[in-house]
Design a protein around this ligand. Structure first.
Ligand code: HEM
Length: 362
């Protein structure tokens, strides 16, 4: 299965008794496990996952303390700490009536919709839809790239016991991602073992504005066109070229061969021979997205790691938007990243990365 499309189906439980009984008897056997996903031979055509909010667990009568206050309190209560203006939130996320989300992924939207229909039929009217995000890989040679045009999904930590690390890839004990595993020191109820906290963010991207910004603020490296200078600025903001090549290894020009080589495309840590990592930004600026969200050798023994599993949502930029340099305000033309991360601690994982690193100008 290739994850070409993924629907995030946020729901509210309307009939507790029916939901519970169907969850155990019909839905549980349909859930795709990590083991199923690890090998192409065991992957289903359409993958299904489910996550509950604290409100959902409480609705189902689960009173156990999961040991994560950000999960217990919900993202809305931490919104200002994350630097969010809730006036800009999708209103359904502010309404605090979401009990859970089904994540349905496949090669085709028809497969996704058919599994969703099967799910809804099985649940016999015991849930109602609160909100839906339709994730979609970008077309053609942009597949795997997010809407600004950069290849995504290159750097995730390798989890001991699950995957063999590529050179340079961070290796984490399973408890950094999974509850109750080695490396997770919190007390958890036994049923939560091997689960993970899921963070979901709908992050709108203004692509024409991003492109104009790059052109208007492009450096003026000699012997380079304006567009090449704009591409250089974009690469320095991201820390990778659009191909995915890390600028720490390819500071002045893209290197698509390096980008495509898993033996090399993560094998960097911002250090170089005869180079002062604390002052020298000639390879990668301190402010580059990937350096802020995973500072590698800038910090020792980083345990603030997450597994990212997002997907773009929304259509391609239209010719009108390109011509005007402005994103359309038509809701169906909104585009961005359906950001997903998994971690065993939201405060050391997503929230730490967002608050203490990404949002920190120092
Ligand atoms: C619209 C918003 C975002 C876009 C367009 C975006 C895009 C990207 C891209 C293109 C990469 C490089 C590909 C890779 O290394 O896998 C990347 C890496 C990464 N991003 Fe984001 N990202 C966004 C939001 C976030 C947020 C909110 C977080 C966490 C708070 C985050 C955390 C990371 C991390 C941890 C990496 C890997 C860094 C590394 O290990 O070198 N990103 N992102």
């Amino acid at each position: 299965m290739r994850k070409i499309t993924e629907t995030f189906f946020f729901f509210r439980i309307t009939n507790i008794r029916t939901f519970k009984s169907q969850l155990g008897s019909t839905i549980l056997p349909m859930i795709t496990s990590t083991n199923d996903m690890l090998s192409a031979t065991t992957q289903p055509t359409t993958a299904l996952n489910v996550a509950f909010s604290q409100r959902g667990l409480t609705t189902l009568g689960v009173r156990d303390n999961l040991g994560d206050s950000l999960f217990a309190n919900g993202q809305l209560s931490g919104a200002s700490d994350l630097g969010d203006k809730t006036s800009q939130w999708v209103p359904q996320f502010s309404a605090s009536n979401i009990d859970g989300v089904f994540l349905v992924a496949s090669d085709t939207i028809d497969n996704v919709n058919s599994l969703l229909s099967q799910l809804q039929a099985s649940l016999q009217g015991s849930i109602s839809e609160v909100y839906r995000v339709q994730g979609q890989a970008r077309p053609g040679d942009q597949q795997g790239h997010e809407h600004f045009g950069f290849m995504d999904g290159i750097s995730n930590p390798a989890v001991t016991g699950f995957s063999t690390p590529h050179p340079g890839q961070t290796v984490v004990p399973p408890g950094i991602i999974l509850l109750g595993q080695r490396g997770d020191s919190k007390g958890r109820p036994s049923w939560a073992r091997d689960g993970s906290f899921l963070v979901f963010r709908q992050l709108q991207q203004r692509v024409p504005e991003f492109n104009s910004f790059l052109l208007n603020n492009a450096p003026s490296q000699p012997n380079m066109t304006l567009q090449q200078n704009a591409d250089l600025l974009g690469a320095r903001m991201m820390g990778r070229w659009k191909s995915g090549a890390p600028i720490d290894l390819a500071p002045l020009a893209d290197d698509p061969v390096l980008a495509a080589d898993p033996q090399r495309n993560n094998n960097f840590d911002y250090t170089h021979p005869n180079f002062d990592i604390n002052t020298d930004q000639s390879h990668c600026p301190f402010s580059a997205h990937i350096r802020k969200t995973n500072p590698r050798a800038d910090q020792s023994a980083i345990s603030n790691q997450i597994i990212r599993a997002g997907i773009p949502y929304g259509p391609e930029v239209t010719s009108d938007e390109t011509a005007s340099g402005t994103s359309s305000s038509t809701p169906s033309l909104e585009r961005g990243l359906a950001f997903v991360s998994y971690q065993s601690s939201i405060s050391s994982g997503f929230a730490f990365i967002q608050q203490s690193w990404a949002n920190n100008p120092e």
